[in-house]
Design a protein around this ligand. Structure first.
Ligand code: SF4
Ligand code: SF4
Length: 443
């Protein structure tokens, strides 16, 4: 049984109504087999893939259909067996437009021959681990989409002494990480052990917010490894942001502009560890994942195991369809997710949920002048002054926005949530970030 470290937290942040009870007790169900999937060639941070199949080709489940020679990338795989019908540009749930491979399913779910080959972690070298993770197309499944093999190799020389699995799931409404932890604890622990082995048997932590007591209990009982500890975190947003996790669990500060590896640690999501366990144990690449479909605008909220490339509309239909008139559909959580405008967008690897709000619930508050109350400063976990960055961004003074550390913002949205004047803080700061980065590229 693993030790539980209690009451860990960070400075700043906000308490948000959790609304997780819609799905937190609902076991993961497998979604119906989609008739057609659209596999985006860009589902990750880094270079897009190029198609390695052509129209008319027959493909199997788990077959690699896109890859790139670039250093920072991750291959993509078919999630159904069937025929490639087209390769066309589509908007994805990430809010980008990219080439997507349309595959009509034959309904047979025929697996690629490579899937199911049993693996043994004890016999794998570091290089084997990285290669397997890369070939399986695994990326950060908490929403970041950073290729996992690159995360490992880029931290390989940083004296990593702690690997943290992020099971905070601090976004309201979402429960897919929670369900994975209580339904698949052995696989989660195995995934962590793969990472710990890669970093020379470093310490392992599973960090979970204390609104998920059952997961804390189950994982501490499931682990016999003395080198693994369960970190119980006080429930507060954005506890799941990786630098806040490092701060809460290890009491280390990731330097501004730095990475977790600069604090001798690596953080990855629970679902990613689960995916890593599946590739090491069963040679299964990432072609499906668990997501939460929820919100006041969904008739039957669920946790569903969905094939990547299924459309939002098809998944919502399997949850009984809309309840009332939809006012907003978000891919991801309501704080950091991306609003959708088409039900035809295919689900990509890093989408952890679909949250639908009814029209009545979606209020567009009137923006009022800043009253200098300081609430945005109080809640900012990065200790920024959002009111000034936002003000400079709104008048187009990016030089000053940069001086006020716009680039350090982690886009958590806590400032916008806390602002009584309903000012578009996060949005204007994100705009400044984009402008500053694009100006740097030009110069
Ligand atoms: S400024 Fe950025 S990091 Fe700070 S609270 Fe606002 S969105 Fe979060
Ligand atoms: S929270 Fe809103 S009103 Fe208060 S200081 Fe910040 S921007 Fe101004």
């Amino acid at each position: 049984m693993s030790t539980i470290l209690e009451n860990l937290t960070f400075k700043g942040g906000v308490h948000i109504p959790e609304n997780k009870d819609l799905t937190s007790s609902k076991a993961i169900e497998r979604a119906r087999e989609p008739k057609t999937v659209y596999i985006p060639l860009q589902q990750h941070v880094g270079a897009p893939c190029e198609a390695i199949v052509k129209v008319g080709d027959n493909v199997k489940v788990g077959q690699k259909i896109g890859d790139s020679k670039a250093g920072l990338t991750a291959p993509v795989h078919s999630s159904v067996s069937g025929v490639v019908k087209s390769i066309k540009k589509m908007h994805t749930t990430q809010g980008i437009k990219c080439d997507c491979i349309e595959i009509e399913s034959d309904g047979l779910n025929e697996l690629d021959e490579s899937i199911g080959v049993k693996g043994d972690l004890t016999n794998l070298s570091k290089e084997d681990i990285v290669n397997k993770i890369r070939e399986a197309g695994i990326v950060g499944l908490g929403g970041a989409g950073f290729p996992t093999h690159s995360k490992l190799t880029s931290a390989a020389d940083s004296n990593i002494d702690s690997f943290i699995l992020n099971g905070a799931e601090c976004e309201p409404y979402l429960t897919c990480d929670h369900r994975i932890m209580i339904e698949e604890p052995e696989k989660v622990i195995f995934g962590l052990e793969v990472f710990m082995k890669y970093f020379d048997n470093c310490a392992g932590y599973i960090a979970i917010e204390d609104n998920k007591k059952d997961a804390i209990d189950i994982l501490s009982k499931a682990s016999n490894d003395k080198n693994i500890k369960i970190a119980s975190l006080k429930t507060k947003f954005p506890q799941g942001e990786s630098y806040r996790i490092v701060d809460s669990v290890l009491k280390r500060v990731v330097p501004q502009g730095g990475r977790c590896k600069d604090a001798n640690s690596v953080v990855t999501n629970i679902n990613t560890a689960y995916a890593v366990a599946e590739v090491i144990q069963d040679s299964k690449p990432l072609y499906e994942r668990v997501i939460t479909v929820t919100g006041s605008g969904i008739k039957e909220p669920k946790n569903l195991l969905v094939k990547i490339g299924s459309t939002i509309g098809e998944i919502i239909e399997q949850c009984g369809g809309f309840k009332g008139k939809p006012g907003k559909i978000i891919a991801g959580g309501p704080m950091t997710g991306i609003a959708q405008y088409t039900l035809d967008a295919p689900i990509v690897k890093e989408v952890s949920g679909i949250v639908v709000f009814t029209e009545e619930e979606v209020k567009i508050d009137k923006v009022q002048p800043c009253i200098k109350c300081g609430k945005c400063i109080e809640v900012c976990p990065v200790f920024l002054e959002p009111l000034y960055i936002s003000a400079y961004s709104l008048v187009g003074n990016m030089e000053m926005a940069e001086k006020y550390d716009a680039l350090a913002c982690v886009s958590c949205g806590s400032c916008s949530y806390a602002c009584p004047s309903k000012r578009p803080l996060k949005e204007s700061i994100n705009h400044a970030q984009n402008e500053i980065k694009s100006n740097r590229k030009k110069s």
